[in-house]
Design a protein around this ligand. Structure first.
Ligand code: HC1
Ligand code: SF4
Length: 612
């Protein structure tokens, strides 16, 4: 805050400080000084002069509270020699693979080596040894799944969206801290002692066989390229060269508010229109907007909620939980299978978009689904896993190839697409905006709300209220009770009866984000806490919702979520249409293809099931 640079590898605004890396040691002057003789040496000499020299000690800055008047040296010889020594030790064990590393140019460790000019000289006694693969990461399944140049994993292969390269790990512990303390999952931890200490899973199991929910928070805070999303970028680069196929991209709500960060700018400086223009320059033939299918999700999910509230025959139980966050779905399937009937049966907007592209849009173009490559651009690592779910992957049949084709062929994170833009020297902030393509490109302000915690709920209520009340509008479109970064938010909405008579129905809604907060809320719900009884609950596995997704740009700005969120609300406010059911392209889709929300055709295309 005072403007003095203090290096760190382990500290991050999303995680409590832990003083693990010891790079942030600074010299703190203590209250006691010592007298140093500056005049004649003889103690009996009357001319003897002494001065009080402060005593200093090296302390880790990240866990040392400052006090009024305290004096700290951040660049003294002792401090600099400590920083260089720690960096040298880490450098000596780090591979020379920066050229092909994901984090190149966006790596805290690389920046520090450069800043402190730490050369590749192993100190005496330290040998450059590489572990290459720990069994939990380098088991055949994960290696195959993570090999960007190799074949796609088959349906039977275990899949996990996260991969780990222990050689690049600087043991800062950010990934472990966020997985354990913020996400409350604890899929990874430190094992071993001393020089053998390393990050691992329980019993070294592959990640897909642990409690990992693929949220990617570990990758989002990793200061190097050790923990990262499974690459699909190189497969997309190949697909873009394939002239025989139609290339289609769809962009998630929250990608548009964070994309500018990939170009070193604050959130919100690149528009969706500029992303569309950039994707066209990359070679995509069509660019759609996942906001369109977010509007569609609201139509289906709102209808499902009303059916459950009415207790229609065959309707699922209350409370109903949202189903668009794949990290949350993974959490339920792995830890709370008893909640599966409570999950909305709606596919996520990504799932709906892929199903429409391959089953409705491609036939209209008279193209076989296998001729279309659909690429989903997401702020989320778990979306990669979602695209591999059998219900999403195996539902579409091609006349050209044996077996099903995926609805979403590839999922790229915000970081991956940012890298591709930079690789192709496409400067998004300088491009003229273009509109997404019809008909899967039109959307409302309600859809963009999906990107922030509370947004799915707010969008759903704008529509459900109007459908159930016979066309009456919500008294206030902005639901301030369920906005913001508080862990658990709640509200009560009274939906008037269509005939205007009687008290109407009260719907109790809850919103939670971050997996540790979610687990705590589920516990309270189970114990019958009266403040935690709801009819409809929105859950997002990452803090802030998708704006804080594990595939978003890495950021060490403590206010980044607030900034991204402000842009989400701003985009909604500026929209001409702010309710999903007002989207003309959605209305046409129901007229021409789906009939009505919840129809058999809707169920076949847009709904899914879960497994324990
Ligand atoms: Fe999300 Fe969603 S809001 S889950 O965070 O329902 O990833 O942005 O795309 O699918 O729409 C993510 C975001 C996203 C879906 C939508
Ligand atoms: Fe933990 Fe999420 Fe990383 Fe899995 S993806 S190890 S759950 S932080």
């Amino acid at each position: 805050a005072a403007g003095a640079f203090v290096p760190t590898l382990c500290a991050h605004p999303s995680i409590p400080a832990r003083a693990t890396c010891r790079i942030c040691l600074v010299e703190l002057e203590t209250d006691h000084g010592v007298k140093e003789v500056v005049g004649p040496a003889s103690a009996t000499d009357a001319r003897r002069v002494t001065k009080l020299v402060p005593v200093t000690k090296l302390v880790p800055a990240c866990v040392t509270p400052v006090k009024e008047g305290c004096r700290i040296h951040t660049h003294s010889p002792d401090v600099l020699s400590n920083v260089r020594f720690v960096l040298q030790l880490l450098r000596a064990k780090h591979p020379n693979t920066c050229q092909t590393c994901d984090a190149d140019g966006n790596c805290t460790f690389q920046d520090l080596l450069y800043r402190y000019q730490v050369e590749d000289v192993a100190p005496p006694g330290v040998r450059r040894t590489f572990t290459h693969h720990h069994e939990w990461d380098g088991g055949a399944s994960i290696a195959a799944a993570s090999d960007s140049q190799g074949p796609m994993p088959s349906e039977e292969d275990p899949f996990n969206a996260i991969t780990f390269d222990p050689d690049k790990c600087v043991k800062c512990g950010r990934c472990v801290a966020i997985c354990q303390r913020i996400q409350g999952v604890g899929a990874i931890g430190f094992v071993g002692r001393g020089v053998d200490e390393h990050v691992s899973t329980t019993r070294g199991l592959p990640l897909d066989r642990t409690k990992c929910i693929e949220c990617g928070q570990c990758a989002a805070v990793c200061p190097t390229g050790a923990m990262r999303e499974r690459h699909e970028l190189f497969q997309v680069i190949d697909a873009l060269e394939d002239q025989s196929r139609v290339k289609v991209a769809a962009v998630a709500p929250s990608v548009r508010v964070a994309m500018s960060e990939e170009f070193g700018l604050p959130p919100g400086r690149v528009s969706m229109g500029q992303i569309v223009a950039g994707l066209k320059l990359l070679g995509f033939d069509y660019v759609f907007d996942t906001n369109f299918s977010a509007d569609l999700t609201i139509m289906e999910e709102g209808t499902e909620l009303l059916s459950r509230l009415r207790k229609d025959p065959g309707a699922g139980p209350l409370p109903m939980f949202t189903s668009c966050c794949p990290g949350w779905i993974n959490l339920v399937e792995k830890n709370y299978p008893e909640l599966i009937p409570h999950l909305s049966s709606c596919k996520s907007p990504q799932g709906m978009m892929g199903a429409l592209i391959k089953n409705v849009w491609a036939p209209r173009l008279e193209r076989d689904p296998a001729d279309v490559v659909s690429v989903s651009v997401m702020p989320c690592t778990a979306k990669k896993g979602e695209a591999h779910r059998p219900a999403d992957r195996g539902a579409t049949y091609s006349s050209k190839i044996d077996g099903p084709v995926p609805n979403n062929d590839y999922v790229l994170t915000t970081r991956e697409i940012g890298r591709l833009f930079r690789l192709r020297k496409i400067a998004l902030p300088a491009l003229d905006a273009q509109v997404p393509d019809d008909p899967l490109g039109e959307s409302t302000g309600a859809a963009v709300l999906f990107g922030a915690t509370g947004g799915v709920m707010e969008a759903a209520l704008r529509t459900a209220y109007e459908l159930a009340s016979g066309g009456q509008e919500l008294p206030k479109m902005e639901m301030s009770d369920i906005r913001g970064l508080q862990g658990v938010k709640s509200s009560r909405v009274c939906i008037p009866n269509p005939d205007g008579k009687g008290p109407g129905a009260v719907v109790r809604v809850g919103v939670v984000h971050g997996t540790a907060e979610t687990r705590a809320l589920l516990e309270r719900m189970k114990l019958g806490d009266p403040a935690a009884q709801f009819d409809f609950v929105e859950v997002m596995a990452c803090r802030g919702g998708c704006i804080g997704g594990g595939g978003q740009s890495k950021s060490d700005d403590a206010l980044v979520l607030q900034k991204r969120m402000a842009h989400v609300y701003n985009l909604d406010e500026k929209s001409e249409l702010r309710k999903s059911h007002d989207n003309p392209s959605i209305q046409k889709l129901y007229e021409s293809e789906l009939g009505r929300p919840g129809s058999a055709r809707s169920h076949a295309l847009l709904h899914t099931h879960y497994s324990d």
